[in-house]
Design a protein around this ligand. Sequence first.
Ligand SMILES: C[S@@+](CC[C@H](N)C(=O)[O-])C[C@H]1O[C@@H](n2cnc3c(N)ncnc32)[C@H](O)[C@@H]1O
Length: 205
Amino acid sequence: MGIYGERVLPRIINAACGMKANDPHRRRVCAGLEGDVVEIGFGSGLNVPFYPEAVTRVAAVEPADAGWNLAAKRVKASNVAIERAGLDGQSLPFEDDSFDSAVSTWTLCTIPDVATALREVRRVLKPGATLHFVEHGLAPDEKVQRCQHRFEPVQKRLFGGCHLTRPIVDLLTGAGFTITELDVFYEDGAPKLVAADSLGVAVSP
Ligand SMILES: C[S@@+](CC[C@H](N)C(=O)[O-])C[C@H]1O[C@@H](n2cnc3c(N)ncnc32)[C@H](O)[C@@H]1O
């Protein structure tokens, strides 16, 4: 990956994803998480302050050492037991039916084989357990979509393979999830092409 991908990019992501404007979305997406939780694309642990009391343990899945290192203070300050338990959402080192909830925030854009990752999340969730998500992806407006398609190659090169045009809802339902809560919106204060979010809850059958 090189120095940019391994050391610089995780710091850029920590700063960009750590903007206060994201806090209300993190609070909403983490509400309702409970029990043993798997978080894919844990990054620098920016969701940690928002885990509800009902969360007992978090298995963090994160490939970037620098991201995990940046999370150290948040992990230490948390009452929740958090361990880096995996490196790749596409191949989760967990038994079937082993988690009560899962969470993913702005991560499905970046995982190379996102369909495989979502099947993996379903496999490790107990039947009836929920995946809580907020993800940017293909915008609802055609004009924005055209910009997204044009800019996507640049975005992928600059931001570690981040796609702009992934159809988040279709990916979730295609992996067998049933979406029970969904809010589609543009984040305030960010260019629409990178800020077309889907926030909600999906149930694993
Ligand atoms: C835009 S960042 C979001 C980080 C964090 N979820 C947040 O909300 O701040 C995308 C994250 O996905 C991680 N990632 C990339 N490929 C991955 C993979 N195959 N499995 C799991 N996470 C991955 C990146 O290292 C990065 O931490």
